[in-house]
Design a protein around this ligand. Sequence first.
Ligand SMILES: Cc1cc2nc3c(=O)[nH]c(=O)nc-3n(C[C@H](O)[C@H](O)[C@H](O)COP(=O)(O)OP(=O)(O)OC[C@H]3O[C@@H](n4cnc5c(N)ncnc54)[C@H](O)[C@@H]3O)c2cc1C
Ligand code: SF4
Length: 591
Amino acid sequence: MPREHMFYETVVIGSGFGGSVSFCRLAQKWGDKVLLLERGKRYPKGAFARSPKQMANNFWSVEGDEVNRPKHIRQKNTLGLFDVRLFKKMDSVFSAGLGGGSLIYANVFLEPPEEVFQQGWPAKLTKKTLQPYYTIARQVLGARPVPQNGDPRRKIVRTELFQEFAKHEQRESKLADICVFFGNDYSYNNGKKPLDIGDQEPNRYGALQTSCTYCAECDVGCNTHSKNTLDLNYLFVGENKHGGKILTECLAEKIVPLDAKGNDDSDADGSNGYRIEYRAFSDNTSIIESCFTRRVVVSAGTFNSNELLLRCRDYYKTLPKLSQQLGKWFSGNGDFLSFVPMGERQADPNYGPVITQYTDYNLFANFSKSQGFVFEDASYPVFLAWLIEGVFPVDLPRKLLRLTKQFWGWLVNLLTSGSWANSLGHTVHEMLAGDLSSKSAVLLCMGLDKGDGTLTLNSKNRIDLDWPQDTSMPVYQAILDAGKRFQTFVKGKWFIPLPTWNMPVRHNVTVHPLGGCILADTPEQGVVSADKTNRGEAFGYKGLYVVDGSILPSAVGANPIATITATAEWIAEGITGIKPDAGLGIVNNKP
Ligand SMILES: Cc1cc2nc3c(=O)[nH]c(=O)nc-3n(C[C@H](O)[C@H](O)[C@H](O)COP(=O)(O)OP(=O)(O)OC[C@H]3O[C@@H](n4cnc5c(N)ncnc54)[C@H](O)[C@@H]3O)c2cc1C
Ligand code: SF4
C-alpha cells in the first residue's frame, strides 16, 4: 500500500491550457492534494532564450527519447522550450515549459461557430453547452483586442493592411481578442484606457505583469511577462493561492492502475487509484520516481497525451482497456503559413503582438465544412525559424545570427536542391534585408481540414502520424487562392506557401495539433466520455481523464485554445462539482 502522505487526490500531467485549468480548479477543491508534473522548465521574467548560444539549446530532447525529430536535435540532451517533430506528411512545433503552448503562442482567443460542433462532435456537446465556459475562459485569460487610441506607438501598420485587403475581398475582418496584458482596467475590467506601454502592475490574480511593449516576440517567449500566459493566471492561483504542488522537469512515463492493496494491477479499472512513474531531471541526469493518486488528468498536449496512452495500452500494457479509437481523428486544424515578400505596401511584420486581426472565409458567415478558414496577419514567424533550425543540422549559433536574413534561402535550397531554388532562394534571402522586410507580409491561415489523421506507435514505440493530406486539399487550395489574391493586392513579387509545401516534400506544418483521444458518447466512437456525469473520463477506467487539445473531435477552424480552455473548464466542473468563476475562487471580480 502506498504511504498515505504520497496519495494525491489528483495528479495532472502537463501544464498547457487543459492541464492548467485542471490544476487550478482541482486545487481549489483539494489544495495540496493536487500535484502537477510538467516536463519543461519554469520561465520567470527575462528567462526566455535570446542569445544564439541559448537558442541553440532551446529544444526539447532528452536521452532515450527516440521520437521523430531531427537527428542533430536528438543528439542533444536539452530541456528547452521548443519540441520539433517530423512526420511523413506533416511536421509540428509545440512547447515544453510551465504554461505549455501559452509560452510561445500568438495569444489569439477565437470561439468557433456553432456549425463546427456539428462535424463529428457528440450530439449533446454543442456550442451552447460550452458557451458559459468560453465566457469564463475569456475573462481569466484577459482576451481583448489591441487598444485603439491616438497613441502612434499603438498603431500597427499590418493590421490596417489586412483590413484593407478584407474590404477589397468583400470579407469581414475583425480585430482579434488576444490574451495580452494592457493593464488591469483595459484587459480585465472592459475599460477603454490601457496602462502605458512598459508600465507594470500586479494582474487581477496578483502576478506582476508589464503592459505590452509591442516587441513582436510573442512566439519565442515574452520576457516582460506581457502575455497572459498560464503561469500568470490559472497556474499562479492554483499554486500560490490554493496550495497545489507543481514539479517541473518531471516527465510522466507510465500510468498503472492499482489493486485494493495499492499494488500495480493492469487488470484494475482505476477504482483504487493509480501509480504514475516519472523521470525527474536534474544536472543532465534523471531518476525514476513514482507518485500515487486517486485520479489522473492527462494533459500532455495532443502528441504526448496520445503517445503516453498508446504506450500504456500497447507497450507497457498497463491500460489495456483504453478504447481502440485511441489515436484516431487527428487534425492539424488546417494550418497553413505563407509569405508575400517585396510588396508595394508597408506591412511592418516585426511590430506589435504577433496576430492582431482575422478575416473570415466561410468559417463564420456562409459556413463551408470543407473550405471554411480564417486569414490572420502574423509577425515574423520565429517558430518557423525554429523549425528550420530543427530540420537542418548546421552550426546553429552562427546561423541564428543571420537568421532573419537567410532562413528562406536555406530552406528552399536545402529542400529542393533544384534549379529554380537558387534564384528564388536568393530573392527571398534579400526580402528580409533593410526596407524590404517592412514590405513583406506573413499570412497565417487555419481552417477545417478533414481531421482524418491517425496517430500510432512507430517501431521504437514512439508517436507516429499518418496524415492523408489529399482529403484536406479543398481547404488548403482555398487558402492558397486567397494568398495569391493577397499577393496581387499588395503587388508582391512572390507568393510563397509553407516552406515545406513545395514539391517534392509537400509537408504541412501544424502548430495546432488536435484529436486522437476524442470526446464521444461511446467507446466505439471515441476515447473519453462526453456524458455530463463523467465528462472527459476515459472509457474503461475510473478517475482517468484526458483534458487538452487531443479530446477535440474535429478541426475547429479558429485558433483552438479558446475551445480547449472552455472544454477543460467544463470537465473540471464535472470533477469538482464547483461552478467556475473568473476570479478563480479568490477574486471577487466582475466580468
Ligand atoms: C507558435 C505557436 C503559436 C500559436 N498561437 C496560437 C494562438 O494564437 N491561439 C491559439 O488558440 N492557439 C495557438 N497555438 C496553439 C496552442 O499553443 C495549442 O493549441 C495549445 O497550447 C494546446 O494546449 P494543450 O492543453 O493541448 O497542451 P500544450 O499547451 O501543448 O501543453 C502540454 C504540456 O504538457 C507537457 N508535457 C508533455 N508531455 C509530458 C509528460 N509526459 N510529462 C509531463 N509533462 C508533459 C508539455 O511540456 C507542455 O507544457 C500556437 C502554437 C504555437 C506553437
Ligand atoms: S509584443 Fe512583445 S511585449 Fe507584447 S506580448 Fe508580444 S512578446 Fe510580449
